[in-house]
Write a protein that binds this ligand. Structure first.
Ligand SMILES: Cc1cc2nc3c(=O)[nH]c(=O)nc-3n(C[C@H](O)[C@H](O)[C@H](O)COP(=O)(O)OP(=O)(O)OC[C@H]3O[C@@H](n4cnc5c(N)ncnc54)[C@H](O)[C@@H]3O)c2cc1C
Length: 426
């Protein structure tokens, strides 16, 4: 029997993906591209917003190119823009740092609202053959046996009260920072891992065609005290800019501050440069959590793979999470594809191992960084004395953006790669 959302009450697939954000949609696109039968459940309907800065670093551009979304990656489609690099403001210094030219990564970044970005990837997955079902929420895992030792799919419910199951031997949980499915599995957040909260809004601006994304390191509260976080201005293709700020959980104001008030007053402070007046604001201020540095593990258990924010995969240095969700999705697709060939479900454990090998050391460095800059004095020293030195800033930029070559020709890459290798994996 087929029910309201176009799903049989009991549907069968090779893989069921929960959530069609960048992680889930990319996983579905990769798996469908390899001929697997994939069902994607998304609780919302496209086009839908997701609270975000809308900034796409060269790591995301690479994922777009790998998926064949070439025109979007080059900003040749309405709604998509490209930029040359980062204009960083700190202390009395303003410095433009182009995205580095490397063998492994493109040397440009992009922006697109999440309304556009997420739907593009989701429709791409659909075009490759994934069965995308919108307006249907997964409500929990279905188990293969009473002992809950292996997943056999997920249960779902739609807005009209229809319910059913998608049965599949593998579940990809890409359901975002709340991690509803991971919670069902009993995977708690790791409290020692960093978190951030960020808020964003949009303004019409004469600077929407800026060739640089901007970041500001001198965030202060109403009393003028320096805060541990940063503000951003990201230009968009539609005549607006995305303006936001975020604070790290290591800063003492993390829980007490009003993110809305902070953003309002900070945006007013940059209005002369960016036109960020209340009259030009086009959206309300919304905020969201940013789970970092693998703050939920294991990344695979009992046939469920966590992808993106559900596994807390955001980069602790800069709050970037889209690329990590998409890269994890590509790896998940590889590992699932392999396990389906060998028919050994234990092979799915490789996902957790490979991901920790890939990013574990880097995330450990990020945790140390977040603890250091959680102290405003350290932050002040860094912005005042470090900022003016271009070679130092180039190194810091590469480190924070996680952009080096695997086989480096540049001394900065050698330093960063060595640090990552020596740091114990998170
Ligand atoms: C204010 C802010 C600014 C940010 N700025 C940036 C930035 O500029 N660049 C960047 O790279 N990262 C940024 N991030 C981080 C980025 O938004 C996330 O890391 C990224 O969205 C993670 O993608 P995801 O696919 O894992 O999860 P999500 O994008 O959260 O997608 C999860 C999807 O799952 C769906 N879902 C949830 N529960 C269910 C369910 N039970 N059943 C079915 N579907 C479900 C949701 O509706 C959603 O579509 C920012 C975050 C915040 C809060």
């Amino acid at each position: 029997m087929t029910t309201g959302p176009g799903l049989a009450t009991v549907e069968r697939a090779d893989v069921v993906v929960v959530g069609a954000g960048p992680g889930g949609a990319a996983a579905a696109a990769h798996l469908a591209g390899r001929g697997h039968d994939v069902v994607v459940l998304e609780k919302d309907r496209f086009p839908r917003d997701k609270v975000c800065g809308d900034g796409l670093t060269p790591r995301v551009v690479k994922e777009l190119l790998d998926l064949g979304l070439t025109d979007e990656a080059h900003g040749r489609v309405p709604g998509w823009a490209t930029q040359r690099g980062l204009r960083i403001h700190g202390g009395s210094t303003v410095m433009e740092l182009p995205w580095p030219t490397l063998d492994d990564w493109p040397n440009w970044g992009a922006t697109a609202t999440r309304k556009i970005f997420d739907e593009t990837i989701a429709r791409h997955a659909q075009a490759r053959g994934a069965h995308l079902v919108e307006g249907v929420a997964a409500t929990g895992p279905v188990w293969r046996d009473g002992s809950e030792s292996r997943v056999a799919g997920v249960a779902w419910r739609d807005g009209e009260g229809n319910q059913g199951e998608v049965r599949a031997p593998v579940v990809i949980a890409a359901d975002g920072a709340g991690g509803p499915l991971a919670k069902h599995l009993g995977s708690p957040r790791r409290p020692e891992r960093p978190m951030a909260v960020a808020a964003r809004t949009y303004y019409r601006s004469p600077r929407s065609d800026d060739q640089w994304i901007s970041s500001f390191l001198d965030l202060t509260d109403a009393g003028g005290n320096l805060l541990s976080g940063y503000g951003w201005v990201f230009p968009l293709d539609d005549g607006t800019i995305n303006v936001g700020l975020g604070l790290l959980s290591t800063s003492k104001e993390f829980r007490s501050v009003s993110y809305r008030k902070l953003l309002e007053s900070w945006a007013t402070g940059i209005a002369d440069d960016f036109g960020t007046t209340e009259d030009s604001r086009t959206d309300r201020i919304r905020s969201g959590p940013i789970p970092m540095g693998f703050n939920r593990t294991p990344l695979h258990q009992r046939g469920v793979l966590l992808v993106g924010d559900s596994g807390g995969m955001v980069n602790p240095f800069n709050g970037e999470g889209i690329s990590y969700a998409m890269e994890a999705a590509a790896l998940a697709a590889d590992v699932v594809d392999g396990a389906m060939t060998t028919k050994r479900t234990a092979d799915l454990d490789r996902y957790d191992q490979l991901l920790r090998q890939r990013w574990g050391g880097y995330y450990t460095l990020g945790k140390v960084f977040s603890e250091l800059v959680g102290n405003p004095t350290v932050m002040h020293i860094c912005t005042t004395y470090g900022m003016p030195y271009r070679p130092l800033m180039e190194l810091v930029f590469k480190l924070m953006a996680h952009l080096t070559d695997r086989e480096p020709a540049d001394a900065k890459d050698v330093i960063i790669n060595t640090l990552q290798r020596l740091a114990p994996a998170a």
